[in-house]
Design a protein around this ligand. Sequence first.
Ligand code: UGA
Length: 453
Amino acid sequence: MSAEREPIGVIGTGYVGLVTAAGFAELGSDVVCVDIDAEKIARLERGEIPIYEPGLKELVEKNRSRLTFTTDISVALERARLLFVAVGTPPTYSGDADLSAVHAVVGAMPASDSHALIMKSTVPVGTGKVIKRVFEEQGKGGFRYVSCPEFLKEGTAVADFLRPDRVVVGDDGDWAGDAVVDLYRPLLNSEHGGQGPAAPLGALVRTDIASAEMVKLASNAFLATKISFINEIANVCEETGADVLEVAKGMGLDERIGPKFLKAGIGFGGSCFPKDVTALKQLAGNTGYHFQLLNAVVEVNELQKRRVIGKLEKHLGTLVGKRIALLGLAFKPNTDDMREASSLVLAARLQAAGATVVAHDPISADVARPMLRGVDFADDPISAVRGADAVVLVTEWQEFRDLDLVQVREAMAGDVLVDGRNALDGEAAVAAGLRYEGMGRPAPQPAPAKSHA
Ligand code: UGA
């Protein structure tokens, strides 16, 4: 590879777009970031990062001289031949993905034999085929198309970009696919033509466009299935006296199963799993195929969020007039993302059952406030639990793992602690005088009294 890195354009400056832009800038490319939101572009130009993502602000600052922010797509077209598309593809009422932002980008492209669209947004299988047809119909048949799905996780997005497990490039075998592979070469292991050692850098999967699109949807659907599976095992553990943490450890040691994504809790959320599971189910349904398994994955996830209510009622009886504190609101730690967060369903169910809800989240409060009407927001965890009849750990932020449970008990009016993520020390909770409920775990026993000989 030449020392000169290919300049690129990135259209859309959300999680995926901004991380992709900053990541490729870190690898040495000049990157033009385009967004239709002028306010967002102005903030980025001032050095403000519109989302909370650890390490992203530093990466953008470090590579500021290689990054251009603009609302004008023609700047990207002038300076780069590869245009990465990272716009939103939210679900519609039918469960299909809304591709209007993608098609707006396609429509804005000029006729060109020297440009390519590189699709990073998660799209239904078949989208590449449709876009290529649209290009033909609009007399832009020379425009190339590559599917290059993104697998980064919010909260660890920068590290995931720089150390991918795999890079998937789906294309028609022309210059555009080759150019995308070249861009990723510093992140590929040497077995795949990269510059890194054989491990742990990523493997390259070069394939056709439809298969690349399916790798993305199938991966997310499989991970969501793994979570719903362990959640059902947790529910059976509760009935049988087994401990899901021990079960997951025992299962995960089988190489074919693996230890990751076996954490039982109150269900998955976020902008990807719920949307992509539904989109794949819908995609199959549109072809006449009934994807039975995914129906169960979604249903289990919905019911899982509601199990907390049953646990609270077991200890408190009716929830009318009870004060319930939620620790954590974001769909997972280290993000301010509230999309499809379990806390939204939980807070609404608690309010419907007549409870007063008070909440604290270290980062997402500003994003969460307008979504959680009637919920009181506390500035710190101890203020949140003060006077509460019960506390529910919803998101396993480190700050909550580090809480002094004696202090928690002293601040509360009641003594019920539901650990929705199995993140706290149950025995320490019992020792602090709390009635502790995990997910899929037997009630912890109080530590035996020390004998005084
Ligand atoms: C997910 C995938 O992990 C990424 O590979 C993918 O790129 C991304 O979607 C996407 O399509 O953009 P993300 O939604 O950021 O990433 O978060 P995850 O860390 O995967 O967690 C998703 C949800 O599953 C969270 O609510 C988390 O609490 C829950 N989860 C995760 C569990 O309940 N148990 C587990 O064992 C793991």
